[in-house]
Design a protein around this ligand. Sequence first.
Ligand code: SF4
Ligand code: SF4
Length: 82
Amino acid sequence: ALKILDTCVNCDVCEPVCPNRAIALGEEYYLIDPARCTECVGHFDEPQCVAVCPVECIVTDPEHAESRERLEFKYRLLTAEE
Ligand code: SF4
Ligand code: SF4
């Protein structure tokens, strides 16, 4: 999963581009739900939130490092949920 750093300026452009609805406004800035973030695996070739963020505050979450296989598995679980 990816994570949003506290340098987020709450511009709101990442939230609507997330295919997994993993992004939401937290108490102070936007947050990514690691259970829902597939790093866009299954949907796009690159993380859409990173592509649109104007301040480059979205990075790989070291506490939720996942292999490509694990991200694909998560994608299938999330898709089955719908
Ligand atoms: Fe959503 Fe993709 Fe960003 Fe993860 S990397 S939060 S799935 S847009
Ligand atoms: Fe924050 Fe970047 Fe998302 Fe804007 S695009 S709300 S700065 S994480």
